[in-house]
Design a protein around this ligand. Structure first.
Ligand SMILES: [Zn+2]
Length: 418
C-alpha cells in the first residue's frame, strides 16, 4: 500500500478511536437543569447585577467577534493566495533562502502578522475591562504580559516549526506519520509540562498561610481521595479582579491553586465550594481525558492536512508545489484556522458537560447547595458574567454552564433530582 493509502487507513482508525473514546469518557448525559428553574434563579439575582453583566458583555462583543473575523480573513488571505508564500520567501531571503530560515523565521512572521493585525482588538478589549473595573492592569503591565505571551509562543512555535520541517525533509513520503505522532506528543507536553513552566512566568505563588481554611481544604481533598501536596495562593490581583481556583499537577505534585482575589472576595465556605469543584476535575481525570482526545484530534488533523494538502487546486491558490514545503505553511495555518472555528462549538459543548459534572461533584462532596449557589452569584457578580447569555453565544463558545444553569443545578440537587 502507498503512504497515501496508509494515511487514509490511519486517519479512519484515529477517527473511530476518537469517537469511541468521546462516547465512553465524556459525560454527555448531563443536560442543564430545567429552564423554569433557570428563569426562577434569574429572577432571584439583583436586577442591577444582571444589567451590568449584560452591558459588559455587549461592550466586549464587537472587539471579540471582529478579532475573530479579522483573524480568519488574514489566515485565508495569506493561505489561499500567494501572499503568504511570498512572505515566507521574503523573510528567509537574508539567510540565503535556507529551508530552516524559511521554516522558522517565515513561520513566525506569518504568526506575527496575524497577531499584529488583531492587536488593536486586544487593546480595545483591555479598555472595556478597565472601564468596567475588571482589569487592574495599566497599559505597561498589559504590554509586558502581551510580550511575555508572544515570547512563549515564539519559543514553542520555533521548536515546533523546526521539528516539523526537519521531519518533512528526513522522511518526505512518511512525514505525516511522524508529524501525527509529534503533534500528539506536543499536546501531551503542553498540557502537563507547560503549566509548570509557564505559570511562574505570569504569576507568583506562595503557600497559603496556616489556618482553618488551609486545614479544611487539605482534609476535603483527602476525604475526596484526591490528596494534594500543598495549597498555593496566586497573586492574580496584579492584573484582575476576577476570581478563580484550579488544581494542577498529578499524583505527588498535585496542588490546589487559589487566586488571592478569591480569598479577598469570598467567604471560607465559598472558597471550599470552588475547590470542591476543582477536585471534581482532578477526580474524574478531566485533564487526562482532555489531553487524550486532544492528542488523538491533533494526530488526525495532521493526517487530514496531509491528505487535503495534496489537492492541486488548493496548492495552486497558495502558489506552492507541495504542502510539505515551508512556503506552504500559511496554507496549513488557513486550514487549521477553519477547522479550529468549526470545532469551537463542539469543544464548548464537551467543556460544558464536563463542568456540569464537576459542579455535581462539588454539591455531593460539600453537601452544601446553599453555599454553592451563593458562590455562583458571587462569581457572576465579581467576574461580571452575563448570568443568562444569549442562546447562540452559549452554543457557539460557552465553556461553562451559565450562572442560572449552575444555580438551577443546586436547586435540583436540593430536590434530590440528581
Ligand atoms: Zn471547572
Amino acid at each position: 500500500m502507498s503512504p497515501r493509502g496508509w494515511a487514509v487507513l490511519t486517519l479512519a482508525g484515529l477517527v473511530v478511536t476518537l469517537v469511541v473514546a468521546s462516547a465512553l469518557l465524556i459525560p454527555w448525559h448531563r443536560p442543564p437543569a430545567p429552564r423554569a428553574d433557570q428563569l426562577a434563579a434569574l429572577r432571584d439575582l439583583p436586577v442591577d447585577q444582571v444589567a451590568r453583566g449584560r452591558a459588559f458583555h455587549a461592550a466586549l462583543r464587537p472587539a471579540g467577534y471582529t478579532a475573530l473575523v479579522v483573524g480568519l480573513l488574514v489566515a485565508l488571505a495569506l493561505g489561499l493566495t500567494p501572499l503568504g508564500s511570498r512572505l515566507v520567501e521574503l523573510v528567509g531571503r537574508p539567510l540565503g533562502g535556507h529551508w530552516a530560515a524559511q521554516a522558522v523565521l517565515g513561520g513566525l512572521a506569518v504568526m506575527l502578522v496575524a497577531d499584529l493585525l488583531t492587536l488593536p482588538f486586544a487593546a480595545w478589549r483591555h479598555t472595556v475591562l478597565t472601564r468596567y473595573g475588571l482589569s487592574t492592569q495599566g497599559w505597561g503591565g498589559w504590554a509586558v504580559d502581551l510580550l511575555k505571551s508572544y515570547a512563549v509562543s515564539a519559543v514553542i512555535g520555533a521548536l515546533a516549526l523546526l521539528g516539523f520541517y526537519t521531519v518533512v525533509r528526513l522522511a518526505p513520503r512518511w512525514w505525516w506519520a511522524f508529524g501525527a505522532a509529534g503533534a500528539a506528543g506536543l499536546v501531551v507536553l503542553l498540557s502537563f509540562v507547560l503549566p509548570v513552566l509557564v505559570e511562574p512566568v505570569f504569576n507568583r505563588f506562595t503557600p497559603m498561610e496556616q489556618g482553618p481554611l488551609r486545614t479544611e481544604l487539605i482534609s476535603l481533598a483527602a476525604r475526596d481521595g484526591v490528596p494534594v501536596r500543598d495549597v498555593l495562593v496566586a497573586d492574580a490581583s496584579r492584573r484582575t479582579r476576577a476570581v478563580n481556583a484550579y488544581v494542577s499537577g498529578l499524583g505527588p505534585t498535585r496542588r490546589v491553586v487559589v487566586y488571592d482575589t478569591l480569598l479577598h472576595e469570598a467567604t471560607p465556605a465559598e472558597v471550599t465550594s470552588v475547590v470542591a469543584h476543582e477536585l471534581g476535575h482532578a477526580k474524574d481525570r478531566d485533564v487526562w481525558v482532555g489531553t487524550l482526545t486532544g492528542a488523538l484530534g491533533a494526530a488526525a488533523a495532521v493526517i487530514a492536512l496531509y491528505l487535503i494538502g495534496s489537492w492541486t487546486p488548493l496548492l495552486r491558490l497558495a502558489g506552492v508545489d507541495s504542502v510539505a514545503e515551508p512556503r506552504a505553511f500559511p496554507l496549513l495555518i488557513a486550514l487549521i484556522t477553519v477547522v479550529g472555528l468549526a470545532a469551537t462549538p463542539v469543544q464548548a459543548l464537551v467543556s460544558r458537560r464536563v463542568e456540569a459534572r464537576a459542579d455535581a461533584h462539588a454539591l455531593a462532596l460539600t453537601g452544601d447547595p446553599e453555599t454553592f449557589e451563593a458562590m455562583q452569584r458571587r462569581l457572576a457578580g465579581v467576574n461580571l458574567a452575563d448570568p443568562d447569555p444569549p442562546r447562540w453565544e452559549r452554543l457557539w463558545s460557552a465553556s461553562h454552564p451559565s450562572t442560572v444553569e449552575r444555580m438551577a443545578a443546586a436547586r435540583a440537587y436540593v430536590r434530590g433530582d440528581r
